[in-house]
Structure formats: structure tokens, C-alpha cells
Design a protein around this ligand. Structure first.
Ligand SMILES: Nc1ncnc2c1ncn2[C@@H]1O[C@H](COP(=O)(O)OP(=O)(O)OP(=O)(O)O)[C@@H](O)[C@H]1O
Ligand SMILES: O=c1ccn([C@@H]2O[C@H](COP(=O)(O)O)[C@@H](O)[C@H]2O)c(=O)[nH]1
Length: 239
């Protein structure tokens, strides 16, 4: 039986990854696979917070310059993350785990509104907490929301479940000669301007000595493996 390294972690689930092989939206088998991995990790006794992105549906920058201002576009992007959070919540519940969605935007007919005490209470009661609508502010990203919520809720690590199997010296989707790191520091990621997460997220992680573990969500069981110190990951730490 695998032994978890952490008591409480936050998993950032890439929105883009949720579209699976489709070009847009939600690919249900992919959502179900991620939900099963989250539920299996939770079943080990790990307290789980989740931030889900929105890149499979909408990003604010897509509409800026097309007659919609950037802030409005960003609110549209945050609403996209709410849709993903609802889909992930349903899938996690189907796995038999208890979960709640907390939205940073007040849409109380759809989800509970985020407050830190509410999030902590749900986590303490053993519920998976899925944070929707990012930080609730335009000009931010769900990566920054992930670092922020991880720190606010006392998570010991941020697990970035993404489309690539770690941090590279350049974007591996654009540069085939990019070299993969097993370990790297927050400082190096920021100074080398490595874009696997935005700089604001890495800066928050650095200031708070929050380890960031980057791995591919496309590998079944990769969340559980990362929580137990295994799998193919890049570990980003203070030193
Ligand atoms: N140096 C790097 N190392 C690894 N990946 C990198 C690097 N630079 C850029 N990337 C890219 O970062 C992307 C991160 O994808 P991900 O979908 O998790 O981000 P996102 O845009 O924040 O997510 P979302 O879909 O939720 O908006 C990868 O697809 C990868 O191609
Ligand atoms: O705090 C936040 C988080 C997100 N947004 C907007 O949502 C989209 C989707 O989020 P991703 O991080 O790209 O998955 C993002 O492009 C922003 O437009 C935001 O404004 N504030």
C-alpha cells in the first residue's frame, strides 16, 4: 500500500487537459479518469483541495481586441472554470467521495461562495474542496488561484496536473530540444522565465516555501503517484 507524503495538498487540474482528444470542452472519459485518481488519493486519507482551469472553454485574452474588454473576457473565463468545477464535482461524487464546489464569484444558486473558514471546515470534515472562478479577480489565472488557495488552506504542496510531464528548459510543445528537469528551484524557474505556470504563481509559492510538483495528468494514477513521492514529476522547491 502506497504511503502519502502529505496530509493536505492542492491539485491544479488543467482546463485544457479536460478536453482530452477533443478540440474543445469536456471529454467525459478524461474527466472520469481524473475524478477516479482524485478519489483514490482521497481514499488514502489525503485532504484534497482542487483548482480547475478553464482553458478548454474560454480564456479572457481570446476576446480582448474583439470589442469585449479584457476584464469582461476574464469574467467569462472565470465562468468557464465554474462549468469545469461542476463537471468535476459530479464525477468525483460518482466515485463515492464527498466533495463541495466553492466559487470565488458569488453565484449562490450554483455553488457555495468561497470563504476561507468555509473551505477549511469542509477540508477538516474530509470533503474534497473544488475551488471555482479562480481568484475572483480579472487579470489573474487559475495557476495563481491555485498557489493562493494552497497557501490559504495550509496545503503542504501544490500538484500541477498538466499536459506535459514536467518543467522543461523551454516549452516542449514548441521546442523539441527542450531539456526536462527532475528538480529545480522556484528561483531558477522565475529567473529562466519557464512558463509551465505563470510567474505570479511561482512567486507566491517561493515566498511561502510551497513545493510545486509538475506532472502529466494524462498518465492514469499520476495524482496518487505524485502524492506518494513517485511517478514522473518535476519537483520545484526553495533549494
Ligand atoms: N518551460 C516549460 N516547461 C513545461 N511546460 C511549459 C513550459 N513553457 C510552457 N509550457 C507549457 O505550459 C503548458 C501548461 O499547460 P496547462 O494547460 O496546465 O496551463 P494553463 O494554460 O494554465 O491551463 P488551463 O488549460 O487550465 O488554462 C503546457 O501545455 C506546456 O506546453
Ligand atoms: O483568477 C482568475 C482566474 C482565471 N481568470 C480567467 O479565466 C480564464 C481561464 O483560466 P486559466 O487559468 O487560463 O485556465 C483565464 O484565461 C482568465 O481569463 C481570471 O480572470 N482570474
Amino acid at each position: 500500500m502506497a504511503e502519502p507524503l502529505y496530509k493536505r495538498v492542492l491539485v491544479k487540474v488543467s482546463g485544457e487537459a479536460l478536453m482530452g482528444p477533443a478540440g474543445f470542452g469536456l471529454h467525459q472519459p478524461t474527466v472520469d479518469q481524473i475524478a477516479a485518481d482524485l478519489a483514490a488519493t482521497h481514499a488514502l486519507g489525503v485532504e484534497l483541495a482542487v483548482v480547475v482551469g478553464g482553458g478548454n472553454i474560454f480564456r479572457g485574452v481570446q476576446v480582448s481586441g474583439q470589442g469585449v474588454d479584457r476584464a469582461t473576457g476574464d469574467y467569462m473565463g472565470m465562468l468557464a472554470t465554474v462549468m469545469n468545477a461542476l463537471a468535476l464535482h459530479a464525477a468525483v461524487m460518482r466515485q463515492g467521495a464527498q466533495a463541495r464546489v466553492l466559487s470565488a464569484l458569488d453565484i449562490s444558486a450554483v455553488a457555495e461562495t468561497y470563504t476561507r473558514p468555509r473551505a477549511l471546515a469542509h477540508l477538516d470534515r474530509g470533503r474534497i474542496v473544488i475551488f471555482a472562478a479562480g481568484t475572483g479577480n480579472p487579470f489573474f489565472t487559475t495557476d495563481t488561484a491555485a498557489a493562493l488557495r494552497a497557501i490559504e488552506t495550509g496545503c503542504e504542496a501544490l500538484l500541477k496536473a498538466t499536459n506535459v510531464d514536467g518543467v522543461y528548459s523551454a516549452d516542449p510543445k514548441k521546442d523539441p530540444s527542450a531539456v526536462r528537469y527532475d528538480r529545480i528551484t522556484h528561483d531558477e524557474v522565475i529567473h529562466k522565465d519557464l512558463k509551465v505556470m505563470d510567474t505570479a504563481a511561482f512567486a507566491l509559492a517561493r515566498e511561502n516555501a510551497l513545493p510545486v510538483i509538475v506532472f502529466s495528468i494524462h498518465e492514469p494514477g499520476s495524482i496518487l503517484a505524485a502524492v506518494c513521492g513517485g511517478g514522473r514529476v518535476t519537483t520545484v522547491t526553495s533549494r
